[in-house]
Ligand binder design. Structure first.
Ligand SMILES: *Cc1c(COP(=O)(O)O)cnc(C)c1O
Length: 413
């Protein structure tokens, strides 16, 4: 089955008192039980009945189940934000004294999560250039808990060879964890490339339109955890077997203790987003490719970066891994920081806002915003240039968008 057919045919558990066609929003904190015994069974995991919405909620479970069926994963956990999904994934594999080998080209908060938050808990972050698998391999050792990277980095748009990274991770018996926010699972099948655990900021494509925040944590169940260095994982293996400890730790320890499960209303909005995800993505990515090609012809633009362009340094690897439409974001480089600011200030249709894959097109100057509090040295290390403008392309007509770009470039002269 193709994406739309399969995702639209996933039903929620019946019976429903009214035969609702859409999944109802169970906007409740607690669930009532017919007996003390039924209550005890739910609390002790002997039945699947929900007890309290911090731990499980049917509307949230329905979103998780739809994603699980489409991706073929072992388990999916829906969290409040994309950062919660990143934090849960990295926390679940960690223990004091272990290290995580991570890309130095990461979403800003993922970088500071590793550097500051996990760092103070005794987990060492080792940063590498993930386009260079040898550099990653050299930093990986017996105390490595996981490898973590983004499949296309933002805003540099660097593409790593995912199978080569999976080989490094698997030779040490540890998972390859990928943030795949930039290309949706409708077109990119993470497991086929050796990714074991996928994290997605569903705030982006899936909510579509910036209707709310959300994160998805997808465990493909592909790792045998028996040689993983975490003592917590080893003690869980005895109870749940060699494939389940990650999911078990997330579902029964982190969700309950850290309290980040997605809210029912957000899960409902994201369920609606899933219905139209593929068609929105294709339209937005086709416009992106067309605009990137048009922008190459404009003399005011020094460089256009989109890995779907034939002459992009990563075009072959990008095509092989993500297909012909690698996302709906591209960057342009102008003559100077001032030119970038002038361009952004002159935009009339494209909005000045952060976020990616909203239905509206958005522009941002990453160096002064997302990376604005970094030192010059840290920005250089993250390869974030002062001349770069990032454009996230929405559902507007492509010619109207091009006209807005051309008119705004005229004001930079
Ligand atoms: C936005 C984003 C995040 C964080 O997601 P939130 O939903 O804002 O918490 C993480 N990774 C990437 C690649 C992102 O673009």
């Amino acid at each position: 089955m193709k994406y739309e057919t399969k995702i639209l045919s996933t039903r929620y558990p019946r019976p429903d008192a009214y035969g609702s066609l859409a999944m109802p929003v169970y906007h409740t904190a607690a669930f009532e039980f017919p007996s003390a015994k039924a209550m005890s069974d739910a609390f002790c995991g002997r039945s699947a009945a929900p007890s309290y919405s911090r731990i499980a909620n049917p509307t949230v479970s329905h979103l998780e189940e739809r994603v699980r069926q489409w991706t073929g994963a072992l388990s999916v956990t829906a969290l409040n934000t994309g950062m919660a999904a990143v934090a849960y994934a990295l926390t679940a594999v960690s223990a004091a004294g272990l290290n995580i080998v991570a890309s130095r080209h990461l979403f800003g908060n993922s970088l500071s999560l590793l550097r500051d938050t996990l760092g103070t808990l005794g987990v060492e972050a080792r940063f590498a250039d993930f386009t260079c698998p040898d550099e990653v391999a050299a930093l990986t050792d017996d105390n490595t808990a996981a490898l973590f990277f983004e499949v296309i980095t933002n805003p540099q748009l660097l593409v790593a060879d995912i199978r080569a990274l999976a080989a490094v991770a698997h030779s040490h018996g540890v998972p390859l964890i990928a943030d795949t926010t930039i290309v949706p699972f409708t077109v990119f099948h993470a497991r086929d490339f050796g990714i074991d655990i996928e994290v997605v900021s569903s705030t982006k494509y899936i909510s579509g339109g910036g209707t709310g925040l959300g994160g998805l944590l997808v465990d493909y169940g592909t790792i045998d955890w028996s040689s993983h260095p975490s003592p917590q994982m080893q003690s869980r293996i005895r109870r749940v077997g060699r494939k389940m400890p990650f999911t078990a730790r997330v579902k029964t320890e982190l969700v309950t203790n850290l309290g980040g499960l997605m809210a029912p209303q957000a899960a409902y909005m994201e369920t609606l987003g899933l219905d139209t995800l593929d068609i929105r993505f294709r339209r937005q990515a086709e416009t992106t490719l067309w605009l990137a090609r048009q922008c190459r012809e404009l003399p005011e633009i020094a460089r256009v970066n989109y890995t779907g362009l034939e002459d992009n340094a990563f075009s072959e690897l990008s095509l092989r891994q993500f297909g012909p439409l690698p996302g709906a974001v591209f960057t342009i480089d102008l003559a100077s920081r001032q030119a970038a600011f002038d361009f952004i200030d002159s935009l009339k249709l494209i909005r000045r806002a952060t976020n990616l894959f909203d239905r509206k097109s958005l522009a941002i100057h990453p160096a002064s915003t997302i990376f604005g509090t970094f030192t010059d040295e840290q920005r250089r290390e993250a390869s974030v240039d002062d001349t770069t403008v990032r454009l996230s392309i929405g559902l507007e007509d492509c010619h109207d968008l091009l006209e807005d770009i051309k008119n705004s470039l005229a004001s930079t002269q």
